[in-house]
Design a protein around this ligand. Structure first.
Ligand code: NAD
Length: 450
């Protein structure tokens, strides 16, 4: 069997230096190139993964509350369907662009493969600052987007979910709009819905919970003493709040949290339930978006988001945006362990610096996979017409996270590579097995193909 023995081969046919590329997608692929040097997979698999299978760009007209018309650009990318229908979130953010969506879709392919889920990878987004829209404008945008991409998604084709600045309510509108377009109730087209509309219990906290399981599993090696273990969390939305609450309940000292407006710090540990309550009280007033900032909480010192990353803590949890740990600040990071709840928070250059400094990074494609895992449970429940209890969902999630975490760490140990590289290697092995089952040039050419 011809194997991908040297990823340099493919780098030769693609232009530029991937690690330094301006394209987020090319930078993301650089991780695949590194993993391919350690895994025996058909070269074809590797080449396939360098090309998203389909890319859709749409214009979404939205009638503003003042009567004017505004056109927003939306994207949906299917990166790969080798392992099953494509799966991935929809993000509303001013920085959304096609290259970023392609990178995010690629990470979804890898994440679903790492978690051994029967899904390929997708992602989508709209270039918009949703905080500048009213709730009704957000509903019109969300429904308009679904009308534009309805032919591109479906329960057996591509199943969206929430991501940055999209939430349960938006998923509910989207499911309703899709059902109207296809003229049949179709809950399984989207996950992360409100429970009343077919969502799964335990979905809203699943991403944070998955990261928490990783930290718990690491405890076997690190022997955490919760009251002495200091943790900083960047980003206090869905993912950040859920992990903060679980860690606080376990007695860990969550000393700093932040949102887009800044960070708060208290060396004795923050009272997480009251910080969450404070932040979300504002969110209720604003109905869909949280305008209340953690910075308004008392009994804490204010810091910048940059200062939070460099705090003298044991564990750092980036749970906001990508590219926040870079070559500029990686050497200043004092945490021993980083749990990447955000997608792509660490650049490749920063990764090398962290590895040299013996910082253990639990990579995004493993650490934040709790969300897609419970999304998968939601999809299964929708298709079976079932509703599982919250404890059943937690139990299934904990079991799957712990199992895949164990496989990644064992691979890292065996090959003496970083946990990130090991996670990509595990993903590549599973993707390679599927590609091989479809047949490779080697088989079609009776053994002589390349
Ligand atoms: P969210 O919209 O619920 O919360 C995002 C949080 O980040 C908010 O508190 C916001 O104020 C904060 N933020 C935004 N810009 C920031 C900045 N520059 N510095 C500090 N904080 C900033 O989003 P979420 O769903 O929690 O997603 C956060 C990250 O986790 C994203 O990278 C997302 O792709 C990833 N993720 C989320 C899920 C999920 O199920 N929600 C699953 C996997 C990965």
């Amino acid at each position: 069997m011809p194997l991908m023995s040297n990823a340099l081969l493919y780098r030769l046919i693609t232009s530029g230096e991937p690690l330094m590329s301006k394209s987020a997608f090319k930078r993301a692929l650089a991780r695949l190139d590194q993993a391919a040097e350690h895994v025996e997979i058909p070269e074809e698999t590797f080449i396939r993964l360098h090309h998203p299978r389909a890319v859709l760009s749409v214009a979404v007209p939205v009638r503003r509350d003042d009567g004017s018309l505004e056109i927003f650009t939306g994207y949906r990318v299917h990166h790969s369907d080798l392992l099953g229908p494509c799966k991935g979130g929809l993000r509303y953010h001013p920085d959304v662009d096609l290259e970023e969506v392609k990178a995010l879709a690629f990470w979804m392919t890898c994440k679903c493969a790492v978690m051994d889920l029967p899904y390929g990878g997708a992602k989508g987004g709209v270039t918009v600052d949703p905080r500048k829209l009213s709730m009704m404008e957000i509903e019109r945008l969300s429904r308009g987007l679904i009308r534009q991409i309805a032919d591109f998604i479906g329960p057996e084709v591509d199943i969206p979910a929430p991501d940055v600045y999209t939430n349960e309510r938006i998923m509910g509108w989207m499911m309703d709009e899709y059902s109207q377009v296809v003229r049949r109730r179709t809950p399984a087209v989207i996950t992360g819905k409100p429970v009343a509309l077919g969502g799964s219990l335990g979905r809203s906290t699943a991403t944070g919970r998955g990261g928490w399981v990783c930290l718990r599993e690491l405890g076997k090696e690190y022997d955490w003493q919760p009251e002495k273990t200091r943790i900083a969390i960047q980003g206090f939305g869905n993912a950040g709040q859920a992990i903060a609450r679980l860690l606080h309940e376990d007695g860990f000292r969550v000393v700093a949290v932040s949102d887009s407006k800044g960070a708060i710090f208290n060396d004795d540990g923050l009272d997480i339930p009251s910080v969450i309550e404070h932040k979300n009280r504002h969110s209720e007033l604003e109905a869909v978006y949280c305008d209340g900032s953690v910075c308004e909480t008392h009994d804490a010192e204010q810091l910048s988001n940059e200062e939070l990353l460099e705090l003298g803590v044991d564990v750092l949890v980036p749970a906001a945006m990508d590219d926040v740990i870079t070559a500029d600040n990686a050497s200043k990071i004092k945490a021993r362990v980083i749990i990447e709840l955000a997608n792509g928070p660490t650049t490749a250059e920063a990764d090398d610096i962290l590895t040299d400094n013996d910082v253990l990074v639990i990579p995004d494609i493993l650490a934040n996979a709790g969300g897609v895992t419970v999304s998968y449970f939601e999809w299964v429940q929708n298709r079976r017409g079932e509703q599982w209890s919250e404890s059943e969902v937690h139990e299934r999630l904990d079991k799957r996270m712990a199992a895949q975490f164990g496989k990644v760490m064992a691979l890292a140990d065996e090959h003496k590579v970083s946990a990130r590289l090991a996670a990509y290697m595990l993903a590549l092995k599973r993707l390679g097995a599927a590609a091989e089952a479809l047949g490779t040039a080697h088989e079609f050419n009776g053994g002589s193909g390349g």
